[in-house]
Structure formats: C-alpha cells, structure tokens
Design a protein around this ligand. Structure first.
Ligand code: USQ
Length: 382
C-alpha cells in the first residue's frame, strides 16, 4: 500500500513510518519540521538525542535497505498539499500533522489561534486534496479521547443511540473537550464527517488516549532511529513524565487530587491500531470512529505505580500534588468503550512494571539532558 504519514517526524509519526516501511509498504512522510522548532521556542529538547530528519531517513535506508520518500512543507499551504498528493498518489494517509499539546494551545491567544488554524486548515486542505486528486484515499485521522471530556455516562465509540420525545436516532457522541487543542480535534471531526457525507470520502477518526512508552522494534535498531520523548511541562505527558521525573529525582507532578482518569495506550499499540485501520479501510462515504486506547487509569494511580517500580529499583520517588494548572474534574466517573479495534485484532501491550522500569532506565541514561527548569507546568487554563 502507498501510505503517506503526515507528521512523520514526530513522536507517533516517526515510529509509524518505520513500522509501515518495515512491513513492505511504500511510505512517504510529509512534515514541516515544526516539532523541532517548538523545542527551540520552549527552550527544551527530547530526553533522547534525536538526529536531523535527513539523517534519520538515511539511517533507515542503511539499516533496512528501504526508502522513505520525504516532503518537507506545511499542510496549511495548499500548493504543498496538492504537490504531495499528485506526486505520491497515496492510497491511505495517516494524519498526525497537528499541534498536539493541550498546554501549548492554552499559553495565550496567539497559541490558541495558531493551534486551531494549523490543525483545522491543515485537515481541511487534506480533505480537499483527497476529493480533487485521490478520491479513493482512506483518511486515517488522529483524533483524541479528549474530544469527549468526562461525562457522567459511558463514552461510546463516536456515536450514541438517543431516544427523545418518542423518536430515536444514532447521533455523534456529545463533545466536551478539555482545551483549545482538544477543541481543534472536534472541529476536525465535524469537517471530516461532513465531507464523508457530502463527497463520499472514506475516513477513520482514531480517538487516541494518552500515549506512553518510547521504544518500538524499529526505533531501537540504531541510535539514529531513536524516537523523541518529552518531559517538559508543555509537551510531556502523564506517565512518561512521571518515569523521567523518578529517574532524575524530581517529585512526580500530579496535578491537584490526581483522580483525573484518562485512557492510555503503549506506543506499540498506536502502531498496531493505525495499521489495523489501514488494512481494514472505512467504506466510501463512511465516517468511522474508533476509541484508540487499551486501559484507563487515574493520574494518581499511575504516579503510585511509578513510585512502586522505582522503589523496586532501589530509588525513592515522591509524589507532589501541585496546584492544578488546568480546569478539569479531579474526581469523576469514567468508562469508555473500546471494542472496535479489539474486534479487528488488536493485541494490547498492557502497562507492565517492566515497561516503567525500562523508561526509568532510559531516562537515567540521559539524565544529563534533563533541564529541571522546564518541568513545571507554566500554561494555566484560567
Ligand atoms: N497531568 C498531571 N501531571 C502531569 C501531566 C499531566 O497530573 O505532569 C494530568 C493532566 O492534568 C490531565 C492528565 O494528566 O488530567 C493528562 O494530561 P497529559 O498532559 O498527559 O495529556 P493531555 O493533555 O490530555 O494530552 C495528551 C496528548 C494529546 C492527546 C491526549 C489524549 O498530548 O495530543 O490528544 O493526550 S487524551 O488525554 O485522551 O485527550
């Protein structure tokens, strides 16, 4: 299959590109390199050293003998998008090319506007390119579990059957997103659903939970293929941050009470899920929604788990309950359905102490690269 990975230089995109390439697909990456610029803007860097995009691609060729085609440019520039689609003619596009940090989107007006313009316009351009150039192309779009928020009823996969005043319909599940970033994904979902209905596009919206882990079969093969992993208060995410904090002797930064429950998955399962979506495409005109995660945890339970594994390793880790920079429920009901990817054959890598230990060991190895000054959460929601 000819697969275009938009955002293929990022945390999920890079291992996805290698995963498909290793399995014999023809892979191209489109990326603006902006993830690297955000590191510069925020004065931070990946815990693991990562080489330049060109070096990564060359290293993959050297290690595997396989080519990955590259297009460097921005999806908000339609001329670029048109060029990529005409030149590569993808059968599927995995679209990760968005600003994905909730705190980044909440820094100030400029960051909120940037996030929504970048994400919504980029996706709209992709939808037009599919319509005009490759109408058969299956759009595999990364959405987020955060589109749903934390309702006091079970979260369904995209749609809910509702009875109202004696009538019944299956309608999109209500959205109560957590941030301007999460809102951008809701706006995308609406645009995609509309174009599926109107133009007959086929699309899968993967409402992904928080991804943890770092290593995949391919990225471990050579230091030049290493994936990035973030620990800073803007792009770092819950479990990965806690493991890195434990390794460097920083208190674990649980926000508020820590009863916030979220859906989580191992990065290796991100690759599996995206592959399953690509191998079993949506029908033409279908807007399919999968909840992409394997387990749900509260933030405090995750922190406790890290403390325990650290103790087994002879280290002492402490939990600090920081004042919550976000506006979110800290104690709530949470139960999200996630059967569609399992039905397609997903074999989950459930969270194990070994994985936590592995992350702590990796972090300990790169300890000197950690700047304590960027760990605290700076962006507040208020
Ligand atoms: N949290 C802490 N301490 C930290 C970091 C986070 O207590 O040091 C808490 C947050 O308050 C929140 C939860 O952990 O309640 C998750 O926060 P996060 O930063 O790990 O993840 P989030 O902002 O939700 O965003 C991440 C990805 C985003 C993806 C989303 C999936 O950055 O791209 O869409 O996870 S989901 O959470 O399901 O919306």
């Amino acid at each position: 299959m000819k697969i275009l990975i938009a955002g293929g230089d990022g945390f999920c995109g890079w291992p996805t590109a290698l995963h498909f390439s290793a399995r014999g697909h023809e892979v191209a990456i489109a990326d603006s390199m902006i993830r690297r610029k955000w590191d510069e803007e925020l004065g931070t860097q990946s815990l693991t050293p990562i080489v330049s995009f060109e070096e990564r691609i060359a290293a993959w060729k050297e290690v595997s003998g396989l080519d990955i085609r590259t297009y460097v440019g921005d999806l908000t520039d339609y001329e670029f998008v048109e060029h990529v689609f005409r030149d590569f003619e993808p059968e599927a596009i995995v679209h990760y090319a968005e600003q994905r940090s909730a705190p980044y989107s909440m820094i100030d007006r400029e960051h909120a506007v940037f996030t929504q313009v970048n994400n919504v316009v980029g996706t709209l351009n992709v939808l037009y390119a599919i319509k005009e150039i490759t109408p058969e192309c299956h759009l595999i779009k990364l959405g987020t579990m955060g589109e749903y928020g934390t309702p006091n009823i079970d979260i369904e996969e995209g749609y809910i059957r509702i009875q109202h005043k004696g009538r019944e319909d299956v309608l999109p599940y209500p959205k109560q997103p957590f941030s301007f970033y999460h809102l951008s994904k809701v706006h995308d979902s609406h645009n995609i659903m509309f174009t599926c209905k109107s133009w007959g596009i086929r699309a899968t919206d993967l409402n992904q939970g928080v991804v943890y882990g770092l290593w995949t079969d391919e990225t471990r093969k050579d230091p030049r293929l290493y994936n990035r992993i973030d620990y800073d208060g803007v792009f770092g995410t819950a479990l990965n941050r806690f493991c890195i904090q434990a390794a460097v002797g920083h208190d674990l930064t649980v926000y508020g009470k820590g009863g916030q429950t979220r859906a989580f998955l191992d990065i290796r399962d991100t690759l599996q899920c995206v592959e399953l979506a690509a191998l079993h495409p949506a029908d033409f005109g279908e807007f399919r929604v999968f909840n992409q995660f394997t387990e749900q945890f509260s933030v405090l339970d995750l922190a406790k788990r890290v403390v325990k594994v650290a103790a087994d390793m002879g280290m002492t880790a402490n939990i600090a309950h920081l004042e919550n920079p976000r506006v979110e429920k800290e104690e709530h009901y949470y139960h999200a359905v996630h059967t569609k990817l399992l039905d397609l054959g997903l074999q989950p890598h459930l969270l194990s102490d070994e994985l936590i230990r592995d992350l702590i060991e990796t972090a300990a190895k790169y300890k000197d690269r950690v700047d304590f000054g960027v760990i605290a959460p700076n962006a507040t929601w208020r």
